[in-house]
Structure formats: structure tokens, C-alpha cells
Write a protein that binds this ligand. Structure first.
Ligand code: HEC
Ligand code: HEC
Length: 192
């Protein structure tokens, strides 16, 4: 009897897991127009140089408001930690170092890994939107984990406190999180 209940529960769980992906994006209400508008507002942040500079197309992090390649031939490396003795952590600490042109810092300062580079640089809102919904491109994150990531990860929060001489992200952080949440809760439709 007991084993049977457990088995039934497992079957239900497996069925739910198999279908959970589209379902979680449409949490009751599905409003593609509101979702697209919220996503386009959030793009002002995703596509800001403070974010793009760690989400480059190529293998080098970028620097400055013009997103030029990182000096000293710093490269990603397989895990995103740097390579050839130039590890991010050699220069970047867990907080900004005081002074102009000193390395900025936050807990976990690195690039996404080479096998999942999470590119934000020079892409359209539509392509970014598809990427953020795709577990194979977004670090296997559920929509809720994506919201949590932009809500509380130190390297994201750094964009609003980027250290001397750098422009902070202009949209308030709580507005940005609200826009990402609205996009998800309205069904996560992508702009054309
Ligand atoms: C040899 C030291 C050194 C290493 C190694 C290094 N950086 Fe930097 N990085 C710096 C310095 C210094 C700056 C600030 C330059 C300035 O403000 O003019 C900087 C700036 C940056 C910025 C620019 C932030 C912005 O928005 O303008 C990013 C992004 C960055 N580094 C990422 C990385 C990553 C990721 C790694 C490892 C893959 C890394 N860096 C390795 C010294 C280093
Ligand atoms: C110091 C480098 C760095 C900065 C600055 C940075 N990120 Fe990231 N970001 C990463 C890394 C590394 C990951 C992957 C971490 C993981 O998967 O655990 C990541 C992952 C993400 C993800 C997860 C999903 C995906 O597919 O991209 C989002 C969303 C994200 N970052 C948004 C932002 C936003 C918004 C900003 C600017 C406010 C920003 N990041 C600034 C390094 C950075």
C-alpha cells in the first residue's frame, strides 16, 4: 500500500517535471504585450556597459562605457576565471579598490564559462530574451532562479555601485527586478 502511494507520487512528480517548463512561464495570466514591454524596459539594464562588459561575445572581458577589450590581454579561460597566470582574482577583490582606474570588485568576479558564455553584447532584445529562457544557455536556471539572480547576486548589484569613475546603471535596481518579474509572470513573451 505504502509503496504504491510512493510510486503514484513519483509518477505524478515525473509527469509534472516533464511539463513544468512552459507552465512556469505562464503563471495563470498570460499577457504577451505586457511581457514584451517589461522585457524591453529590462533591456536598458541588460545592455548597459556595466553588464555587457562581463557578458562579451568574444573571449576577453570588456572595459569602460565604450566596452573596449580588457587591457593586458586578459582572457576568459575555460571556467571564466582567466588564464595564463592572469586570473581575475589576482587583481579583482570582493569590493571595489579605491581610486580611479583601480580594479572594480565584487564577490564572484569572473566571466561565464567558455561552454556557456551568456552573451549580452551586440545582440537584439529578441535573441537575449530567447537566451534567458533557455536552460541550455542560461546556466540551467528556472524563471524563479533568474529573478533571484538579478535580485541578489553581488556581481549584478555591483552595477549600481561600480567604483570611482564608472557610470552606474541608470535604472533603479528594484525597478529592474520588477520588470524581469513582470516579464516572467506575464508569460515571458519575446519582442519581435
Ligand atoms: C592584471 C590585473 C587584472 C586582471 C588579471 C583582470 N583585470 Fe579586470 N580590470 C583590471 C583593472 C585595473 C580594471 C580597471 C580599469 C580602469 O578602470 O581603467 C579592470 C576592469 C575590468 C572590467 C571593467 C568594468 C567596467 O564596466 O568598466 C571588467 C568587466 C573586468 N575588469 C573583468 C575582468 C575579468 C572577468 C577578469 C578575469 C577573466 C579580469 N578582469 C582580470 C585589472 C585586471
Ligand atoms: C564581473 C562580471 C559580471 C558582471 C559585472 C555582470 N555579470 Fe551577469 N554573470 C556573470 C557570470 C560569471 C555569470 C554566470 C554565473 C553562473 O552561472 O553561476 C552571470 C550570469 C548572469 C545571468 C544568468 C543568466 C544568463 O543566461 O545570463 C544574468 C541574467 C546576468 N548575469 C545578468 C547581469 C546583469 C543584469 C548585470 C549588470 C547589472 C550583470 N549580469 C553583470 C558575470 C557578470
Amino acid at each position: 500500500m505504502r509503496a504504491r502511494t510512493v510510486l503514484t507520487a513519483m509518477v505524478i512528480w515525473a509527469a509534472a517535471a516533464a511539463f513544468s517548463l512552459p507552465a512556469v512561464y505562464a503563471q495563470g495570466k498570460d499577457n504577451p504585450d505586457a511581457a514584451r514591454k517589461a522585457f524591453l524596459r529590462a533591456c536598458k539594464v541588460f545592455m548597459h556597459p556595466r553588464c555587457v562588459n562581463c557578458h562579451p561575445r568574444g573571449d576577453r572581458p570588456l572595459q569602460g562605457d565604450d566596452s573596449h577589450p580588457h587591457s593586458m590581454h586578459v582572457v576568459r579561460g575555460p571556467e571564466g576565471l582567466g588564464k595564463n597566470g592572469l586570473l581575475c582574482s589576482t587583481c579583482h577583490q570582493e569590493e571595489n579598490l579605491p581610486g580611479a582606474h583601480m580594479p572594480p570588485g565584487a564577490l564572484g568576479w569572473e566571466l561565464p564559462p567558455a561552454n556557456m558564455p551568456m552573451v549580452f553584447e551586440k545582440i537584439t532584445p529578441r535573441v537575449l530574451c530567447e537566451h534567458l529562457k533557455d536552460p541550455a544557455q542560461n546556466g540551467r536556471r528556472s524563471p524563479e532562479e533568474l529573478i533571484e539572480h538579478v535580485n541578489s547576486t553581488p556581481i549584478v548589484l555591483w552595477g549600481w555601485d561600480p567604483g570611482e569613475g564608472r557610470t552606474p546603471v541608470p535604472v533603479p535596481h528594484d525597478e529592474f527586478v520588477k520588470d524581469v518579474r513582470e516579464w516572467v509572470e506575464n508569460g515571458a513573451a519575446c519582442p519581435e
